[in-house]
Ligand binder design. Structure first.
Ligand SMILES: Cc1ncc(COP(=O)(O)O)c(C=O)c1O
Length: 388
């Protein structure tokens, strides 16, 4: 795939002296022009749903993921729900999901009428492990959804070793880890299926909502294609009741342009993360653990920890550095899952991570001064320079 090097527009030329949390495509003027051209093309062709733009993107994305198939759908949440339904998972079934994730991972399980079994995560990686999954298995477990959280790859092989002999499906939630590699294999291609989000801020993001499912399983591919458009095949014949869950042609056309840069952008994120690590060594915050041998991290987010997180964020804000929290409340403590009966203290690692995490700026167009100011602001936290 061709990759042309893009020069980011200097943020100092256009914007204030605050370090932003993220800058999207307007940061790359050449890319912006290219995207506007495809927007115009789609508008003139007036082929807005499915068609060649979607088919072409699916082919390219399957190649990127090293899978036979990619199916463009309306969001990452839709990808997760459609694949669970295509697997025949529903009422009475259990699906194991980490509680420390974006709500959508669990929501997809609830959407198909199955029960999300929320489990704790490893304190270093913030991801599930085979041991955690094993402790939650029951007769009713039909699937596990490991989440490659923040862009870090989950240690997948022990989870597959546990699940495959038991006939338990493994669905990768790769919504935050486009093109990360685990033991040489792209995420999404390791389990039975992989789900991606193209929400605008993702490592590969569209100009609106979008998602994809990747798999090597021809039956799953066929069924998800049916499910994304009213179970229709052939035209005017509906094999299943489903809904409207297609990827828009406009999003597909934009994503095809951006896919050519994904490798460079992931590397830019890794480079920025390395510089943040170097600068922040010896500071008061806990840095994200380095990926182990054979594992990867594409730094969708660079998440540090501080026992005094809220004060740290106030300090960063006062110093002109933007930050965010991913996520302040684990899924088991969300009001919508109160019925599961998992109260405070039940999944303590996730609860601690949720109270300590602080996401620092990391994005492909990040500039030297963004990193320098972020490092300086974090390092001056707690050294008496605050007005608190
Ligand atoms: C881990 C994870 N899973 C699922 C999703 C859902 O994706 P979408 O917002 O495209 O529905 C997201 C996106 O926010 C996510 O980060």
């Amino acid at each position: 795939m061709n990759s042309q090097t893009l020069t980011p527009l200097s943020a100092t030329a256009t914007s204030a002296d605050r370090v932003p949390f993220i800058r999207l495509d307007a940061a790359f003027p050449e890319l912006f022009v290219e995207i506007m051209e495809v927007v115009e093309r789609v508008g003139r062709d007036a082929a807005f749903t499915l068609g060649p733009e979607v088919a072409e993107f699916e082919e390219q994305f399957a190649a990127e993921c090293g899978t036979e198939y990619a199916i463009g759908v309306s969001s990452g949440t839709a990808a997760l729900a459609l694949v669970l339904r295509a697997m025949g998972i529903g009422p009475g079934d259990e699906v194991i999901v980490p509680t420390y994730t974006f709500i959508a991972t669990a929501e997809a399980v609830s959407t198909v009428g199955a029960t999300p079994v929320l489990v704790d995560v490893d304190p270093d990686t913030a991801c599930v492990t085979a041991a955690i999954v094993e402790a939650a298995l029951t007769e009713r477990t039909r699937a596990v959804i490991p989440v490659h959280l923040f862009g870090r790859t989950v240690d997948m092989d022990p989870i597959l070793d546990l699940c495959r002999p038991r006939g338990i499906k493994v669905v990768e939630d790769a919504c935050q880890a486009h093109s990360a590699r685990y033991r040489g294999r792209p995420v999404g291609s390791i389990g039975d299926a992989g789900c991606f989000s193209f929400y605008p801020t993702k490592n590969l993001g569209g100009w609106g909502d979008g998602g994809a499912l990747v798999t090597n399983d021809a039956e799953l591919e066929r069924d998800v294609r049916l499910l994304r458009t009213h179970g229709e095949s052939p035209r005017h014949n509906h094999q299943l009741t489903a809904g409207t869950d297609r990827l828009d042609a406009l999003q597909a056309a934009i994503l095809s342009v951006k896919l050519r840069h994904l490798g460079d952008w992931n590397q830019a994120r890794r480079d920025a993360a390395a510089r943040l690590r170097e600068g922040l060594a010896g500071s008061t915050v806990v840095l994200p653990a380095e990926p182990a041998e054979g594992e990867d991290h594409v730094y969708h987010l660079f998440v540090v920890r501080s026992a005094d997180r809220d004060a740290l964020r106030d300090h960063l804000d006062a110093e002109g550095v933007s930050s965010a929290i991913h996520y302040p409340t684990p899924v088991h403590l969300q009001p919508c899952y109160a019925g599961l009966g998992l109260g405070p203290g039940s999944l303590p690692v996730a609860e601690r991570l949720a109270s300590e995490n602080c996401s620092l700026p990391v994005f492909p167009a990040i500039e030297d001064w963004h990193i320098a100011e972020t490092v300086a602001a974090v390092k001056s936290f707690g050294n008496g320079s605050d007005d608190r």
